[in-house]
Design a protein. Structure first.
Length: 342
């Protein structure tokens, strides 16, 4: 048996759909029988606070990590990064229907983005459980990842005929022990108690492989969600200020770097592709408002709900957004003119 193992974490669906729960359970049991795999279950990643026992467990994983969840891989990766669970992007071959077939190669540092900070020398693999309802599909990908990272993969029959690890056998007999063996939170609750307190959340996640630190999101958002760190990099500072269901800042981001993992539009939820280009195509076909107008309308709705005045396009909108197309030399010229404050 290999000395190194792959930690597999299954992030559970928010609801109690029996088919989804069955896939999670079947996959967990299958992983238990893999000699080079340590498997745990945590609640939905997007809903976990940074001090939740499940997130503390993820922070404590020292080596390579595979996280399977009901979010797009890009959303999983940057939700983890935001919580301090960092690593180089590992290649996952599983694809969901909404993901871009041509986006297979990982990019540790995108040439157009500012990139993640303090990335350790290990890999984090992220996979979407919407890709298949067959646990065997994921098991094959887990074995491929193990082979890719030079970890020995032993067949199930070899494990049965050999001498099973005592901990593995105990977990097989007691599947409830798959719950993440995380440290106890500061409030003294157990893992089970902490899970009961998980509630559904809504906030933006920044993809730093795309983010150019242009600060247009902080200019546009009027609810105090965004801030900057000590390096003057944009961050989601007060996530609970975000208005549930409002993805307006994602629509105005010129780099398509802002993700709302639970949004119904795949590109906003983290699928490959560009938010702006899709919305422009729809507006041309059906006469729908362009992305900027739609974002301003969504923001105005939340302002009015807060008892504030609607501002339309008069606040937090750069002139070049009105082209609603890809950035070019004219955009650079417009920004230079803005700096002159003529």
């Amino acid at each position: 048996m290999s000395g190194k193992k792959l930690t597999v974490v299954i992030s559970q669906h928010q609801g109690k759909n029996p088919a989804k729960r069955k896939l999670e359970e079947d996959l967990a049991l299958a992983c238990m029988l893999e000699p080079d795999v340590d498997v745990s279950l945590v609640p939905n990643l997007y809903d976990l606070g940074h001090d939740h026992s499940g997130m503390l467990f993820l922070k404590g994983v020292p080596g390579n990590l595979l996280v399977l969840g009901w979010l797009y891989p890009r959303a999983i990766r940057w939700t983890l990064d935001r919580a301090g669970v960092k690593g180089k992007e590992g290649t996952v071959l599983l694809k969901s229907d909404d993901d871009d077939e041509g986006d297979d190669e990982p990019q540790d540092v995108d040439s157009t983005g500012i990139g993640a900070l303090n990335v350790p020398n290990r890999f984090i693999y992220c996979a979407d459980l919407k890709a298949s309802s067959d646990p065997q599909v994921y098991l094959e990908e887990i074995r491929r990842i193990l082979a890719e990272t030079n970890q020995k993969t032993v067949s199930l029959m070899d494990w049965i005929q050999g001498d099973p690890n005592k901990d593995q056998l105990q977990r097989y007999l007691n599947p409830q022990e798959l719950l993440a063996p995380a440290p106890t939170p500061n409030n003294g609750h157990s893992v089970a108690d902490a899970e009961e307190g998980v509630k559904r959340r809504w906030y933006p996640v920044i993809d730093y492989s795309r983010c150019t630190n242009c600060m247009e999101c902080i200019d546009f958002c009027l609810f105090g969600v965004y801030g900057v760190d000590e390096l003057d990099r944009i961050l989601v500072e007060t996530q609970d200020n975000c208005k549930k269901g409002c993805p307006a800042c994602s629509r105005v981001c010129p780099a398509n770097a802002i993700i709302f993992p639970q949004h119904k539009q795949p590109e906003i939820a983290g699928a490959s592709g560009e938010v702006t280009s899709l919305k422009i195509d729809l507006s041309q076909l059906f006469g729908a408002p362009d992305p900027l107008e739609l974002a301003a309308r969504e923001r105005d709705i939340e302002l009015v709900r807060d008892g504030r005045d609607a501002v339309g396009l008069t606040v937090g909108v750069k002139k070049r957004h009105k082209q609603c197309g890809p950035r070019d030399e004219l955009d650079d010229l417009m920004d230079d003119l803005d700096k002159l404050d003529l």
